[in-house]
Write a protein that binds this ligand. Sequence first.
Ligand code: ADP
Length: 811
Amino acid sequence: MGTIWQSLLANLALVSIFLVGWDIISDLARRTSRKVQDLLLGAVMAGGAIISMLLAMPIASGFIVDLRSAFIASAAFFGGWRAAAIATLCAIAFRLYLGGAGAWPGVTGILISAAVGLGYHYAIGGRRRKSVDILGLGAAVAAGSAIGFMLFPSHAGLEIFKQAGLPLLSFVFVSQIIIGVLLDRQWRRRELAEANLIFSAMVRELPDCLNVKDSQGRFIAANPATARFMRAGSVDALIGKTDFDFFPTDLAEKFRQDEVSTLERGETVRIDQPAVFPDERKGWIATLKAPFRDEAGRIVGIITYNRDVTEQRRAAQLKNEFISTVSHELRTPLTSIRGSLGLIAAGVTGALPPKAANLVKIAHTNSERLVHLINDILDMEKIESGKMVFQVTRTALRPVLEQAIAGSTNYMSEKQIRIALMDDAPRAEAVLDPDRLHQVLANLLSNAIKFSPDGETVILRLQRQPGRKLRISVIDRGSGIPDTFQDQIFEKFAQADASNTRSKGGTGLGLSIAKTIVEKLGGSLSFETGEGTGTAFHVDLLEAERPPRPEPAVIVRKRDNRLRVLICEDEADISAVLAMLLDAENFTSDVAPDIASAKTLLRTRDYVAMTLDIKLAGESGIELFRHIRASATNADIPVIVISAVADETRRSLNGSAIGIVDWLEKPVDPDRLHAALEKIVTRKLDRRPNILHVEDDEGVLTVMSEGLGPDVCISSARSLVQAQEAIALQRFDLVILDIGLPDGSGLDLLKDLPPETPVIVFSAVELDQNLGDRVRAIMTKTKTSELDVARLVKNLLPTFDIHIHATTPGE
Ligand code: ADP
């Protein structure tokens, strides 16, 4: 046994000598090709195997133990087939030369080792070697040696294996691992040295500045370009210093801020900034700052990269200026072409033969498209060069919305599309540039019209949202935006369907411009869409602080409790005047430009009155009037008829004109409107108010219904589902809401109710959160009696005659 260990020690000494030798040889052969290196490795390993065989002592007659299998398997594993071939052939020749009973099994063992090493080499393929690969190789080579024993003639091998098998195999295994690990480390060191060489060359020769800084902003590494840019003399003079040692404090502070934000956010930032170069030349650099991490993933510093982009910027600017000049130059002649064609098309120069008229119309439409394209390009250029001027003032939004609608009439008429205005944020004001907002809305409206089916209504809605936000939504029922296109929609020249340019007109610039403008105004532009169901674009803006304003004396109501009037009027300027007059009387208004949208609005929202243009968009307002009177909801809505020929219409309506409060001639006289409105609010409605009581407790339901008495019409819902069914079927003047319902929270109902329906929360849970404008009171059961709730109901419904019935003793 001792022989084996002596042999192992001697062999290990041999391994060390060979590896040192290989290190020197491979270093000398560094510049040779991979093939030559493989052959050299094979030769060195063959030498190792031969000397190992020479050193080894026979442990049985003709049977020697040595490291040849480890050398040969290593040659194959690290050097591939060339190395394997050289090592194997030399080792076999030598073993045969030594002769003895073990010669042929020895040769077989050599072949097995080569096969194992090669198998592993190709199994790993291109991937990086891992420690377990070397362990695996050791095990495989040991197993190969065991097979070699079995091939010994006349059971001699089996005998030897029984005596010395385990130490022998351990010997092979350990020595294979030692050779494997040493060769692998050598390999890696060489790779690292080479990579270092490449990286330092890259960094040294790069004409741009590249630095690595620690988290405190101190240079850890830099390239000569940086040293020149910082006027530091040499790279070494930079190491350990910060920007503060080279730049004025304010500039260094700015650079540091960018770095700090990179470190904090852990993201790469890109900044274009003006710079003064070492030759005193002024220009621009593009800076990239990327955080870098240690092995544990912690950010430990920053890589900064600065490139001189002065030339690119200049070229881009030239290009933009060129486009801008061309566009400007094109705009003037084009405007006159469009104007002339417009006049000819309108028949100002006399009637044209039908064929010519058609051609002129085509030319006119196309000249409009060109004008549109040029305006978009000029806008884009202005935005990109930072030249777009924003004249920001405190602006009332309603007039901007009205003007945007009025301005969209060109597009609408061809497709018979109307725009309904829903104003749920009366008197909303924001600090912005009204012209730019107009431009954004005009674009969103034109898209909505373009993508709506003929005859549809587009809704323009203004709402208040939590956090002093205003949302302007443009809602269409068009085809929607395809999923695949949604993330590109705001990109320049993006169109879902390139054939749109021809079929629907447009440049794909509109939304990109709109988004930039909205963002410059401090807001955001987003959208919701469903394929086939339509699209809503939302412009979110911050509402201006509301200054305290004296409320008009006519009807004293809380601002957020304003009554809503529907204006049915197709002429935008008239509806704007009416809206203004109504606002002065403290009413909120929505505008329906045609019968279809009036019907939609009347079905879904609550109005105390409506104004009705008798000649509505070429349709008969009288027909709408009759429809309302015959329908289930709003049948008794008071109507103020507005007409160019009020008296005549009055006669034609005869006796069916119930509920018409007044007939006003255009232009509307503010005093008469005031009188009519006063009549409406002071007039007690002759129907009973519909109240929905959502409550699962029978007792509370009964007491409340007793308390409210017979002047109201109470419906009760005992669960959330029942309540949802009830509000889907009918509109309520008020809702009393319990929170803890058997199938959910009563608060879930809020989103399903029309925004103007007042709600009283009457619940056992104490709530102190703000539930928004529509929840007029939050009352806690036992703290407040049903009678108090009934009293509040009476106050909240001033247009109804309600007598409270005292059920509590003492009332
Ligand atoms: P364009 O001038 O082509 O209308 P935009 O930037 O305004 O340019 O719109 C880009 C594209 O976005 C349109 O071509 C269309 O594919 C899609 N898009 C915009 N608005 C809508 C909408 N309301 N419904 C469906 N698709 C829309």
